[in-house]
Design a protein around this ligand. Structure first.
Ligand SMILES: Cc1cc2nc3c(=O)[nH]c(=O)nc-3n(C[C@H](O)[C@H](O)[C@H](O)COP(=O)(O)O)c2cc1C
Length: 433
């Protein structure tokens, strides 16, 4: 193996999704506990991670018209939270998810510039576009933007933020587009850097937006799909006058370290069952069946009744999406077949079908796999999603990070103070006027 030829990049996601992570002491409350966020940030910094990423939605998850149990604690404003994290860390990049459909460029440019200033060049922005009417109900412009136009708005939004950030010489840069007409006066005195732009979509327009603007892609692509995605998106950069080194593609992965590969794989299976609680298993089926299944024991066999094809939407957790009836019927038939052939309970079945492959093995196995996939052209690094919280990154920092460092894939010390430096990106982008 060509060890140390390329370094890889690491981010960590603060895990607020109950389908990926078990929270010690229960999730509501813990997910907004500053000590949990700060603890994860400090652990990541000890492991020389490039950044901490916080995800967001502008509406809490609901089910049947009420906020779900895990949603009741609410979700705080990420830029405010990251400002506090900046005070307990020195080097770690701080990436906030901020929506381009429901905000205004000037406000966001100013808030991000403030974080970047407080954190001395460590801010990043995961620019997301979610345009739907469900989130829109919280905003004046509820559902106003057709799906096809959201990235058009996002591109104007990002261009304007950059104009605001780069207006340090005091020259206004007037912008007249479909979505905004703004003078583009400087937002604040510039420190000579600007937040790193992260993108996390996968449609054709999402990929084009990333190729034109993004400096990091937060993806979910692994294996063969990841290799194709990497080649496709990196191949688009030249058309936008960019070099492949100006974009880091980083898939989200979870991990399980064991004394042996077999032990780690067994642990991964056990953790999956722990994550899929009886209630989560029942809810998973209810979204497909479209009716109340609380009378069925999650440790018992699948319901003997068929799906109610009119009732699905109310039983979905989160966005009430209307699911295609044909696909639901096929999915139910598939689940029955898997449950019967493997003799699985409802919970065992849901744990199996919602499983995404973790990096499982000894610390050395995990390091080998991570480096190998970077060298094969699958990604430039990883966003680690701990499957336990709040201390779920500790194992990784203690065991896997030293392996990566000994192979030259991760530096022993930070070589730069800001996020751009950690990611090997230019300190300052060319002016966009
Ligand atoms: C890995 C990944 C993570 C995402 N995280 C968020 C998030 O935290 N908040 C959000 O509003 N949207 C999030 N999104 C949604 C995207 O930003 C985007 O709005 C959505 O994927 C639709 O874009 P697309 O059609 O290009 O895929 C995420 C998407 C992906 C693929």
């Amino acid at each position: 193996m060509n060890l140390g030829r390329r370094r890889l990049h690491l981010g960590v996601l603060f895990p607020v999704n109950p389908t990926t992570t078990v929270w010690q002491g229960g999730m509501p409350g813990s997910q907004i506990d500053f000590a949990a966020i700060a603890g994860l940030a400090v652990a990541a910094e000890r492991g020389r991670f490039d950044y901490l990423l916080l995800a967001d939605d502008l509406r809490l998850p609901e089910r049947n018209g009420a906020v779900t149990e895990v949603g009741v604690a609410g979700r705080h404003d990420l830029l405010t939270v990251l400002s506090a994290v900046s005070a307990v860390t020195d080097r770690l990049g701080l990436v906030a998810t901020v929506n381009t459909t429901f905000n205004e460029p000037y406000d966001i440019a100013r808030q991000l510039a403030t974080l970047d200033h407080l954190a001395k060049g460590r801010a990043g922005w995961n620019a997301v576009t979610t345009p739907d009417a469900w989130v829109g109900e919280n905003f004046r412009r509820g559902g106003f933007l057709p799906h096809a136009e959201r990235y058009e708005r996002a591109a104007e939004f990002v261009g304007l933020c950059r104009a605001f950030w780069q207006g340090g010489d005091g020259t206004p840069s007037a912008h007249q587009g479909r979505h905004f007409r703004v003078e583009g006066r400087p937002v604040t005195a510039s420190d000579g850097t600007e937040p790193v732009l992260v993108q996390a979509g996968d449609s054709e327009q999402g990929r084009e937006f990333a190729a034109a603007h993004a400096e990091v892609i937060y993806s979910r692509k692994k294996g063969r799909a990841g290799l194709d995605f990497y080649a496709d998106v990196k191949g688009r950069l030249a058309r936008h006058g960019r070099d492949p080194g100006q974009l880091r593609i980083m898939p989200a992965v979870t991990y399980v370290v064991g004394e042996s590969r077999a032990e780690a794989e067994e642990l991964a299976r056990a953790r999956r069952l722990e994550i899929v609680t009886p209630q989560m298993a029942t809810h998973y089926l209810e979204a497909l069946w479209g009716c109340d299944l609380s009378a069925y024991d999650p440790e018992g066999p699948l319901p003997d009744i068929g799906p109610d094809l009119d009732g699905a939407a109310a039983f979905v957790t989160g966005r009430p999406t209307a699911m295609d009836a044909r696909r639901r019927v096929d999915r139910v038939a598939f689940l029955r077949q898997v449950a019967e052939s493997r003799k699985l309970s409802i919970r065992g079945l849901v744990a199996l079908v919602t499983h995404t492959k973790a990096l499982a093995g000894t610390a050395s196995d995990i390091a080998t796999e991570m480096i190998g996939y970077v060298e094969a052209g699958g990604c430039d690094g990883y966003i680690i999603v701990p499957d336990r919280a709040p201390d779920g990154l500790d194992d990784f920092v203690e065991h896997v990070v030293p392996e990566l460092q000994s192979r030259g894939a991760l530096p022993a010390e930070y070589g730069s103070t800001g996020l751009r430096g950690h990611l090997g990106l230019p300190e300052r982008l060319p002016a966009r006027r």
